[in-house]
Design a protein around this ligand. Structure first.
Ligand SMILES: Cc1cc2nc3c(=O)[nH]c(=O)nc-3n(C[C@H](O)[C@H](O)[C@H](O)COP(=O)(O)OP(=O)(O)OC[C@H]3O[C@@H](n4cnc5c(N)ncnc54)[C@H](O)[C@@H]3O)c2cc1C
Length: 258
């Protein structure tokens, strides 16, 4: 019998596993993926993280952000520069892997390549069942399987109209261009109806993406918005864009409205 079972080892699950294991609880934490794994994300973490994490992760920070450059259709920019750091640009595959290692070092048992298919709740325990045919029993279950995780959707429901869709990629670009963009994030409006596009510079890549509300995209494919943004942006137009990853982000706020 475990004290806590954590499903999903993104930042939420691994931090919960780390904290609980550090306090001496018997924790087992499962993820369907093998780490490090790619996570579609801009990778800009708010400096609010400083109040949460009690360990150093500065070696993973690709750049500290102190400015946001807003533009409309890639021109007419509005630069907002702060004298304080606003966020840290990290690569999610590296950052999430580090957090999983911290949870493991704290004593949590980490099990990768285990997709949780179902869970059975009784008054005194919960049993999770994985696609490998294993069953794990605990007193508490933390569902941290993220916005696309089946467990969260099973609980909150999923309506494709009540969601956003996104496309992300990592783009190599000229190093002098990268150096100039460091320390800022770039957010553009106009290419995506009821959405936006972004460029978050990292040491070797630009994390680039578009996202918008699924219901307002209507017939227009997000892919077209992505193409228009990348072709229309001074820095991106000559870059080779290879792999793109799509992701749906459900709005769970319907529950909050009640
Ligand atoms: C395109 C995009 C860009 C974003 N950009 C930013 C940004 O720049 N800054 C920011 O702060 N936030 C950003 N976000 C939001 C951010 O990615 C999430 O808030 C964050 O990842 C949530 O963390 P989490 O731990 O809750 O879930 P996740 O990071 O989604 O982790 C969930 C984990 O659960 C695992 N899992 C799922 N289902 C199962 C299952 N059935 N069994 C076992 N394991 C399972 C997955 O493999 C995954 O590892 C972005 C999101 C998207 C989609």
């Amino acid at each position: 019998m475990n004290d806590v079972i954590v499903v999903g080892l993104g930042p939420a699950g691994s931090t919960a596993a780390y904290r609980l294991a550090s306090m001496g609880y018997k924790v087992i934490a499962l993820d369907k993926e093998s780490f490090p794994r790619y996570k579609p994300c801009g990778g800009c973490v708010s400096t609010k993280i400083d109040a949460i994490k009690d360990f150093d992760f500065s070696h993973l920070v690709e750049s500290t952000i102190s400015g946001a450059i807003f533009s409309f259709k890639a021109y007419k920019s509005l630069d907002i520069i702060s004298d304080k750091p606003l966020g840290y640009n990290i690569m999610r595959d590296v950052f999430d892997n580090f957090l999983v290692e911290k949870a493991q070092q704290a004593g949590a048992k980490i099990l990768e390549e285990r997709r949780v298919k179902d869970f059975i709740v009784t008054p005194s325990s919960v049993t999770v069942i994985t696609d490998t045919g294993e069953a794990f029993k605990g007193k508490f279950l933390i569902c941290a399987d993220g916005s696309v995780g089946g467990v969260a959707r099973q609980y909150f429901g999923f309506d494709s109209k009540e969601s956003a869709i996104s496309l992300t990629t990592e783009v190599s670009c000229d190093t002098s261009e990268l150096a100039e963009m460091m320390g800022k994030i770039f957010i553009d409006f106009g290419f995506v109806p009821h959405g936006y596009a972004w460029i978050f510079p990292k040491k070797k890549f630009l994390s680039v993406g578009v996202a918008g509300e699924a219901r307002y995209l209507k017939g227009r494919k997000l892919q077209d918005c992505f193409e228009a943004f990348t072709r229309g942006h001074r820095v991106l137009k000559d870059c080779v864009i290879e792999k793109r990853t799509g992701c749906t982000i459900p709005f769970f706020y319907r529950e909050c409205r009640r």
